[in-house]
Each structure stands twice: as C-alpha cells, then as structure tokens.
Design a protein around this ligand. Structure first.
Ligand SMILES: Nc1nc2c(c(=O)[nH]1)N[C@@H](CNc1ccc(C(=O)N[C@@H](CCC(=O)N[C@@H](CCC(=O)N[C@@H](CCC(=O)O)C(=O)O)C(=O)O)C(=O)O)cc1)CN2
Ligand SMILES: [Zn+2]
Length: 770
C-alpha cells in the first residue's frame, strides 16, 4: 500500500499555547515543570490529531520549545562556552542561546538568528569553534519523544536535521577560522550513537532532513554526503532505515550526490515546488529505494488539488510500484497555521478554498487511499475537491478587470523618479533642513500590552471605533513627546495602530482575506498571521494617511510616513498560486504608489517603504531565476515609490543585510536613504557600498533591537567610528537596526538617548572640522 507521511507539524498549538507557556515561563509566572508539561501535552495532542486524520507516518522530534536547529545544537553539545559556563538548567541554557539571558548575574547575548531558507521562519545558527568537539546529550530529545509517543500508542518516525545540513547551516564563531563541514568526522559518531538509541527504542525508520541539497553547494559540502551516509545507512543494521528529506527546491543539480546515497532506504522530494523533478529523480534513485513524494504544500494554505496530486503519485507508482511510493507533505507543516476550524469569521466561499495543517493531514491520507485502493473509495472527497477547485477558478473574487486594466497601462517612466539623486538631494536638503548625522528610528515603538489589549477590545466590539481612535491618537502624542525629549531629527508616529506590518495592510486591501487564529511561528515565541491573497489587489481607500497626518500635525520635526513594500507584503502573506508572483507584486505596488502619493499630498515629505523580505525572496540558487526575480522585485519597489516630487525623500529599510550577492538590486531601488541591519555584522560589510561607489544615504543600524540590552554611548560611538571608515560623514544616518515594537519603553528610551548623544558628538566634531 501507499503510505501517507507528514514531515513535521506546527508546534504552537491551536491557540498559540506554546507561545503563551514560553512567555509565562520567561516572565517567571509558571514553573519549569509546568512548561515541560505543556510541551508534552502539545506533542501528544498533535500526534493524536494526525493519527485521527489517518496519517500513516507521523513525525516526532519536530516539536521544539524555541527552534529545532537549536535543539540539535544542544543535543550535540555544540554549545559555546559562554553558555555552558553559566551552569543553567538545560532548558534555561537552551533559551539563553535562543534569546539571551540577563538575570541573576548572568549576562549572555543570544546566538545569531537567521532565515530558514526562503521562509519567514528563523533558525538559530550553529556556531563552531576551531577545536569543536561533539557529545550526545544524555536522554537525547528524539529518543525521549519517540518513547513518549510510543507510550501513548503511537509509533512515530523521528525527524533529525542531517549532519551535512547541520554543519553547512552553521558558521565559525567570531575570530575562529574552522570550516564547519570539516567537522563532519567528529560529528558522525554522535549521529550513529543517536540512531542506535532510536533503534533500541523501537524506531524502524527515521527522517533525516538534508534541505541544503536544494542549494548550489561548495564541493566540500557536496563531497560530505558520501562519508556521512555510508555511516548512517545501508549495512549498519543497528540503526533505523533512513529517509533523506529535501524540500523548498529541486535536487536535480546535485544528482551527482545521489549515487552515494543509494544505500539509503529512501528519498523525499518536494513536488509542489518542483513537480518536474519527479521523472529525473526516478531515473536516478536506487533500484530498491523508496520515493517519498511531497504533494501537499507545506508552505501555503491552498487546498490541495487532488487530481494533480493523485496524477503525480500515479506517475511515481507506475514506475516504482505501490510499495516504493509514499505520499507526503512537501515540507514540514511548520509554515502553515494549525487548523481552519478556528476561523469563524471567514466567508464560507473562500474558507472552502483553504487547508491548514490539520486539514492537510486529512488530505494526505485521502490521497494515499485514492492511490492505494482506487479513487472510487474516496469518490465523495475527490468530487468535493474538484468542485472547490472549480469554484475558486471561476469566482468573481479572483478577478478584477479594473486592476488588470490599470496594470496594462503601467509604463517604464512610471518606475523612475523625476530626477537623478543629486538633484533630489538638493531639493530635499532645502525642504527638510536636516543636520549631518540625522537621527531617526525605523518606525515602530514598543507595542505595549495596553496597546494590544485595546486593539483586542476594539476587534471584539468592546470599545467603539471612536474610542479606539482616541486611544491611538494618545499613543501617537506620547511617542512624539518622547521623540522631542530624545531630540531625534526625523520622527515616526510609532505604528501603534498596526497589529503587524503586513497584516495591517492586508486588512485594508481589496483582494486579501485575513484570519483570526491562523498564526505561524516566525521565531521563538513570536508569531505572525499572514494575510491571504485570494484575488486581484487594489486599494479602496487610504490606509495610513490619517495617522501620519495627525502625527505630522502635532510634531515640530519632519514626520516619516511608514509603509510596507510590495515584495514584503507579498512574501509575508500567503500568496495566490494561480497567478505569477510578479503580477501580485505589481498590483501591490500600484496600491502602495497611490498611498505614497496621498501621503505626500497630506504633507508627509519623508516616506519609508520597508522591504526586509526582498532578500528572502531571492531564489535559493544562483542563476537566471535570481535575476528575473530581482528585476520584477526592484520594478515593483520603484513603481510604488516613484510617484513623488524630487523634494520628497524616499527611505527603505532592510533588516537582513547580506547584500554582497545582490547589491546591484539594492542600488537599483534608487531609494534616497537606506536603513539596514548592521549591528551584529562586521562593519566590513559596508565595504560593498564603497566598492560600488554607492552615492545615496545610508543608516547602518548602530544597535541590535532584538535584545533588551542597552548599548552604551561609547559602544555606539565606536560603531559610528567604524562606519566612517567606509562611508562619508554626510552620507550617514544614525538609527537602530530595526523597529522597536518587541522592546519595552525603559530600555528603548535609554538606548535612544545614548544613540542621539553619540550622533551629536560626531555632528559637533565634523562641524568643527569643516
Ligand atoms: N509579518 C512579519 N514578519 C516578520 C516581521 C514582522 O514584523 N512581521 N519581523 C521580522 C521578525 N519577525 C517577527 C514576527 C513577529 C513579531 C511579533 O511581535 N509578533 C507578535 C504578534 C503581533 C500581532 O499580530 N499582534 C496582534 C495580536 C496580539 C495578540 O496576541 N492579542 C491577544 C489579545 C491581547 C492580549 O491580551 O495581549 C490575542 O489575540 O489573543 C495585535 O497587536 O493586535 C507576537 O508574536 O506576539 C515580531 C517579529 C521578520 N518577519
Ligand atoms: Zn526591520
């Protein structure tokens, strides 16, 4: 029979239970035992849910309190000394690596957190030392959780991140020169030991994730697969059978690795992203190997098209036979919300088009049954699915002729500002009269508990729109007063009215629907509710003008309007799968263009259009796809911003810097001012701006906003001094790395005070010298 498999299930729980438990634990409100019990409860609930849905192969060890890569760092004892020296309890040491720890005389920053492939999930980057050794933790998590499930009567398939990916996704610690992949020999015995323990506990198969196989790999990494999987498969009967899983791309360009993997039990491939790789992979795998076909999307919320999924599975079965095919989710379901059942407010017409994690589990079981016992055995479900596909395709909601008409009239000129930068700069100088080293923030100020409570009351109808508006106005007044006291140069209104920088716009745009409970983990306990693009996008009315205009009216300094750019709106939403993303980006760009022009007309002469997700959207492999993406992505940013006068200053913000490999696109945005995350990187990264003779203005972040730690004035001066080695004084803005919404007021004021003082020091220094 054809088995169904899930590669991983979301951890947060139906009501973000894990977020709540973690945050309560961090705040000292619940005990460690309470937290661990909640984790156990969630795991059990999720296993049962999958079992009840009819899933044959259910994952374990997909759960993590903070992040699954961090789990591996701790399990293999790849823990940098500064954490192990704290002698904290294991779970506290774990959180210290994930989010830093400042308590009871311990003061350690977090490890670096970076994007997981092209998703909005962040993982904790393994950090290796030159003399790195590894040691398996006693009672390793995968073994404990496998037994936990088994005790509950559920036999699971443990998921482990593979050794090649674990190393390749890590880095050498600061001042260390080790190439992570060179540590493979030291790491493998630990994997063998872990796998042996799993086998002893009763695990017959394990899923080992090697997602780096979708990248273009350096030769050393490619060559690591052979020695790794010689040890972890085949002749070694004291370990479970291994399914090696890849996702988020195709592995065709890494085929030369596959012959070295023939002793593996099977391979999993993502056929949602790359269905075309099926036939070539079938041609390459070993004659006994299992092929796990990822046909249910782990990255989006659309109902699976049963007809297409069954066809793909049938193609595999024809060549390999039923016993050698598994049907599965394309990737872990981590990137999808828990269940559609929680959505009580969705229009039933569109709700019928969606499938969240719990529903996807049912889908995969139905697909497996259809290909095992024949479609007739699930005829009702297949017919209902076809009807739903048909209804979506012909719905009026997906198609708006006015939007199409406007898109057809977009011209090249609409992408360009009136004049080149030097002329704009002159006009802006006159208009804004800013000092050198101007100070600003990235947009949001602390989203306090009070703000969230008031918004929640408003959403539930406990307070009126008027009362909520008054509350927001008061918040804006407060942040303006604080910015005056801090003596910042370009103000922001603080974004108190926004639940999230993308969802807020989704809620105001036609063509979108949004949810009440569809949370997805972004990092640690932080979650997002990506709005869903269901149809052509347009802007029924201004979205941000009221708040910005009000803020400007009560402020003596220039007010910066704040928008989320087209690519970030697209990437951090669930996009349509029936229209190319470039089309959706252009629709967003046109809506935002109107907003930019309206802001200018309302007297807002500095406008920031955030594009932190531009980098993340970059295709994972180098090549023409990347250039194609960058071309339409850059165009959409330009289209959204180019409608203003020379004297209006366009800012953009990026909190994921690594610009080196696509700097030409950053330059092509033609933004007057860029603010970028920089505090955790080496100032050398700024060299690219020098090498490329970047002429426009830049605010490299002078401090990290992810931690409550307050940087001293001296630290900030040191950062500025470093930056001045690369950038010209009159090119430099002084700002934090990113928005301050996740921070508390106390540390925010202290940090900004130091930042403004540091800027003033340089302002005076350079005023004297010129
Ligand atoms: N979409 C998105 N992606 C992003 C970022 C981002 O800002 N947005 N930033 C980067 C880092 N990622 C982040 C992701 C989430 C958060 C974040 O702060 N999330 C908040 C939720 C934000 C939100 O939607 N808030 C809503 C709902 C708040 C809420 O939980 N309300 C309670 C009720 C109120 C209460 O009692 O507290 C409820 O619904 O139960 C609001 O403010 O209205 C959280 O997890 O806590 C921050 C950074 C990268 N990706
Ligand atoms: Zn940011």
């Amino acid at each position: 029979m054809v088995q169904s498999a899930v590669l991983g299930f979301p951890r947060m729980g139906r009501d973000r239970d894990l977020k709540k438990a973690n945050e309560a634990y961090w705040a000292g409100k619940i005990s460690r035992d309470n937290l661990l019990a909640e984790g156990k409860r969630l795991r059990l609930e999720h296993w049962k849910l999958q079992k009840d849905a009819g899933v044959d192969i259910i994952p374990s060890n997909d759960f993590a309190y903070y992040d699954h890569v961090l789990d591996h760092i701790q399990m293999f004892n790849a823990i940098p000394a500064k954490y192990s020296e704290t002698k904290l309890e294991p779970i506290d040491e774990y959180f210290a690596m994930g989010r830093g720890h400042q308590k009871d005389g311990v003061d350690v920053p977090s490890l670096e957190m970076v994007k997981w492939f092209d998703s909005n999930y962040h993982y904790v980057k393994p950090t290796f030392q030159d003399g790195q050794t590894f040691k398996l933790a006693s009672n390793p998590k995968p073994v404990v959780e496998f037994k936990e499930a088994k005790d509950a009567g559920i036999t699971t398939r443990p998921v482990i991140l593979g050794p090649v990916s674990f190393l390749a996704l890590g880095k050498a610690d600061r001042d260390q020169s080790v190439n992570p992949i060179s540590l493979l020999d030291k790491l493998l015995p630990v994997y063998v030991e872990l796998l042996e323990q799993l086998k002893n506990a009763g695990a017959e198969t394990v899923q080992i994730d090697e997602p780096v196989l979708v990248f273009d790999l350096p030769l050393k990494v490619k060559n690591a697969f052979k020695p790794a999987y010689e040890k972890l498969s085949g002749s070694n009967t004291s370990i479970p059978k291994v399914i090696l899983a890849t996702y988020f791309g195709d592995i065709v360009h890494n085929f030369d690795v596959l012959p070295n993997l023939q002793s593996l039990y099977g391979i999993h491939i993502d056929l949602v992203r790359n269905p075309e790789q099926l036939s070539s992979v079938m041609g390459q795998i070993g004659s006994q190997q299992i092929l796990s076909c990822g046909v249910v999307d782990g990255r989006n919320i659309w109902k699976t098209n049963f007809k297409k999924a069954i066809e793909l599975a049938e193609t595999a079965i024809q060549q390999l036979g039923k016993e050698r095919v598994i049907v599965a989710t394309s990737s872990s379901l981590l990137h999808t919300p828990h269940t559609l059942e929680s959505e009580k407010k969705l229009d039933p017409e569109v709700a019928d088009w969606f499938s969240f994690a719990a529903e996807k589990c049912k889908e995969i079981a139905i697909i497996a049954k259809a290909v095992t016992d024949g479609p007739a055995t699930v005829r009702d479900q297949i017919e209902a699915n076809a009807k739903s596909m048909q209804a979506r395709a012909s719905s009026k909601r997906t198609n708006n002729p006015q939007v199409k008409d406007r898109q057809s009239k977009v011209t090249d000129e609409m992408h360009n500002r009136q004049s080149p930068f030097p002329e704009r700069l002159a006009a802006q100088k006159q208009h804004l009269s800013l000092p050198i080293f101007p100070t600003t923030t990235i947009g949001s100020f602390p989203q306090t508990k009070e703000i969230r409570i008031q918004r929640n009351k408003f959403t539930k109808g406990d307070i009126t729109a008027e009362e909520y508006e008054k509350f927001i106005e008061k918040e804006i007044q407060d942040v303006i007063k604080i910015q005056e006291e801090l003596d910042l140069d370009v103000f922001v209104h603080g974004e108190p009215e926004r639940n999230d920088m993308v969802q807020y716009f989704g809620e105001r745009l036609e063509g979108y629907v949004f949810t009440t409970h569809a949370w997805v983990q972004s990092y640690g306990s932080r979650c997002v509710r990506p709005p869903i693009i269901v149809g052509d996008i347009s802007r029924p009315k201004a979205m941000t003008v009221k708040e910005s205009k009000y803020a400007a009216s009560i402020s003596k300094k220039p007010m910066k309007g704040m928008l989320t750019g087209p690519i970030t709106c697209l990437r951090w939403s669930f996009p349509r799968d029936d229209v190319h993303q470039s089309v959706q980006a252009q629709q967003l760009a046109l809506a935002l263009r109107d907003e930019v022009v309206d802001l200018e007309a309302a007297g807002i002469y500095v406008i920031q259009v955030d594009e932190p997700a531009l980098r993340e959207g970059l295709p994972l492999r180098a090549g023409t796809e990347r250039e194609k993406y960058l071309s339409w992505a850059v165009d959409s940013f330009k289209l959204s911003t180019a409608g203003v006068k020379n004297s209006t200053q366009i800012h953009s913000h990026f909190c994921y810097s690594e610009f080196q490999d696509f700097f030409h696109a950053i330059a092509a945005l033609d933004a007057d001012v860029l603010s970028i995350e920089n505090s955790k990187s080496d100032a050398k990264l700024l060299k690219v701006f020098v090498d490329q003779a970047y002429p426009r203005h830049i605010g490299p972040g002078v401090y990290d906003i992810h931690s409550p730690r307050v940087p001293s004035e001296q630290e900030i001066k040191d950062r500025i001094e470093e930056m001045l080695q690369y950038l010209k004084p009159d090119q430099l803005w002084i700002n934090p790395d990113c928005g301050l919404k996740t921070r508390q007021w106390k540390e925010t004021k202290a940090a900004l005070t130091n930042m403004v003082n540091a800027a003033k020091f340089y302002r005076e220094k350079y005023a004297k010298s010129t």
